[in-house]
Design a binder for this molecule. Sequence first.
Ligand code: APR
Length: 320
Amino acid sequence: MARPKIALIGAGQIGGTLAHLVAMKELGDVVLFDISEGTPQGKALDIAQSGPSEGFDARMKGANDYADIAGADVCIVTAGVPRKPGMSRDDLLGINLKVMKSVGEGIAKHAPDAFVICITNPLDAMVWALREFSGLPHNKVCGMAGVLDSARFRHFLSLEFNVSMRDVTAFVLGGHGDTMVPLTRYSTVAGIPLPDLVKMGWTTQEKLDGIVQRTRDGGAEIVGLLKTGSAFYAPATSAIEMAEAYLKDQKRVLPCAAHVDGAYGLKGMYVGVPTVIGAGGVEKVIDIKLDRDEQAMFDKSIDAVKGLVEACKGIDSSLA
Ligand code: APR
C-alpha cells in the first residue's frame, strides 16, 4: 500500500517541526507548502537528509504551488502569522482570515478528501472560516487546541505532584483563548480526580487555581520568553497525535475544536470539546454534563468564540 500523503500548509516553525515528526514517526510522505519561496524546499531537503542517520523512509517535498498537495490524505494548516509579546491570539484575526481563504480554496481544489487539522490562530474562528471557505464536510475539518491545552495542564500538574506526566489526565474545554475551561473535576492522577487530591492533601485549592491560570496563559508565557514568535514543539506534537488517530483509525478520545451541532445546546459552531477521532475524521462529539460553575465558564468562552466569528463575517462578507 502506498504511504499516506501529508500536506503541511505553512512551513514556518510549526510546519517544519510537523514535517520532522511525520518523518521520525514514518506516518507518510510530506509536502511542505508555503508562499515563501525556498523555505519549504530548504526545510524538506534538510529533514530528508536526517533520514540516513534516523533510518526513516519518508519522502519530503517543498512546494509553492497548491497542485503539489493533490490527493493529500491529511492537511495540517499553520499558514499565517504568529503573535508577538503583548498580542492576544485574537489580534491575528484580520491577517489570518485572508490566509484561511486562500488555503481553504487550495484544499477544496486539490485535496477535497483530506482530513484537515487547523492550528492557525485565533483557532476556533479560523477553523470555522477554513471549513466555510473549503466547503469540506464538517467531520473532516477540525482544529488543534484541546490536546495542547490539556498537555500544558498535565505538565504543570505532574510537576506539582512529582509524578509521571503519563499518569496525569486532564480535560480542557471551550475556546483556545483566555476563556478556555480547564475542568479539574474531570482531570486525574491515575484516575483520582483533582478535587480528591486536594482533600488528600497532595495539593491545595490555591495551588490548583494557580495551575489552572498558568494553563490558560500557557501560550502567552512562551510568547513572552521567545519574543519573536509563539510555541511550536508542543503544538506540532499535539497535531501529530490527532493526525495519527485519523490515519491509523485509533478512535482516540481527544479534545479538539470540532463542529458542535446539538451537543452542549450549541447550534453549528466550532469550539473545543472532547471528540473521538478515527478513520471517519471527527466521529463523535462527547457531550459531558457540566455543573453550574463549569457551565458559566463554558458559556463565557462560547460568547468569546461567537464574537470572533461575527468579526470574521464583518471582514469578509462571503462568510455572512
Ligand atoms: N499561504 C501559505 N503560507 C503562508 C501564507 C499563505 N497565505 N501566509 C503566511 N504563510 C506562511 C509564512 O510564510 C510562514 O512560513 O506561514 C508560515 C507561518 O510560520 P511562522 O511564522 O513560523 O508561525 P508558526 O509559529 O509556525 O505559527 C503558525 O500557528 O499556533 C499558530 O498562532 C500561530 O497563527 C500562528 C500559526
